[in-house]
Design a protein around this ligand. Structure first.
Ligand SMILES: O=C(O)CCC(=O)C(=O)O
Length: 247
């Protein structure tokens, strides 16, 4: 797994410059071509962080998932754009250059059923709930939280998504570069289905290698049978995409 926008500085000025045409592939998308090659040569599944994607006259913040043959299995376009304004701290308006994706992305891989979200997507619990309802074992969030929201929210949100949905959550952030225009919080992390941090980094360049045991999903869901205890008679979340595809 790689971080959010790993092929480009994280800035609205840079997104158009570094954007690649993923659907055209080959030379039009050197980053995804490289990831596909790496997946094939190493025989691994890759959740390829995200890069700015050019599609026609639009730009998206897009994560590609490759299987161990190097085939592109899924493409997630960030659904919730990072438009925030915390005066004196951080203002970022992704929608100045990017268009929001329209589809939640869940993909069956050799290493489990994986839901994908990109950074700000982690704040919207509805997306994680829908992934869990569709049988996700793991949700991967490539992200690049910042020095204001990172310390307070980055781990909190990962643990909440994992504990609420009783699944694994993995995040990957760029390392911190204090000279960059956008300073990332770092702290890539793996959280287990009890909300426990299983492995994490500091803010420097690093790699997490950790084992995921999916049999624990069943254990935690038996210990705390939240799904059975949900009060569907009082509240419900509608999976609009599934509703449309069923009708
Ligand atoms: O939600 C946050 O605080 C940070 C989100 C972010 O950096 C992003 O979506 O790129």
């Amino acid at each position: 797994m790689l971080p959010e926008i790993w092929n480009s500085p994280y800035s609205n000025d840079s997104f158009p410059v570094y954007a690649e045409d993923i659907d055209a592939g080959g030379e039009a998308s050197p980053s995804t071509t490289m990831l596909s090659e790496a997946a094939r040569l190493l025989k691994i599944t890759i959740v390829g962080g995200s890069i700015p994607e050019r599609s026609g006259d639009r730009l998206y913040n897009t994560c590609c998932v490759f299987d161990s043959d190097g085939k592109l299995k899924a493409k997630h376009r960030k659904i919730h754009l990072f438009d925030i304004d915390i005066p004196g701290k951080i203002t970022f308006i992704e929608s100045k250059t990017l268009t929001a994706g329209e589809t939640p992305t869940i993909v069956d891989t050799e290493v489990g059923r994986i839901g994908i979200g990109i950074c700000y997507d982690i704040r919207f619990q509805e997306l994680a709930i829908i992934y869990a309802a569709r049988g996700a074992h793991l949700i991967c969030y490539p992200g690049a939280f910042n020095m204001t929201t990172g310390p307070l929210h980055w781990e909190l949100l990962q643990r909440a998504r994992a504990a609420d949905n009783q699944l694994y959550v993995a995040t990957c952030s760029p390392a911190r570069d204090v000279a960059a225009g956008y300073v990332a919080w770092g702290h890539s992390t793996l959280v287990g289905p009890f909300g426990e941090v299983l492995a994490t980094t500091e803010h420097e360049e690093d790699i997490i290698i950790a084992e995921i045991d999916y049999s624990l999903l069943e254990v935690r869901r038996t210990n705390l049978p939240l799904t059975k205890q949900r009060r569907g008679d009082l509240y419900q979340l509608v999976d609009v995409q599934r509703l449309k595809s069923d009708s």
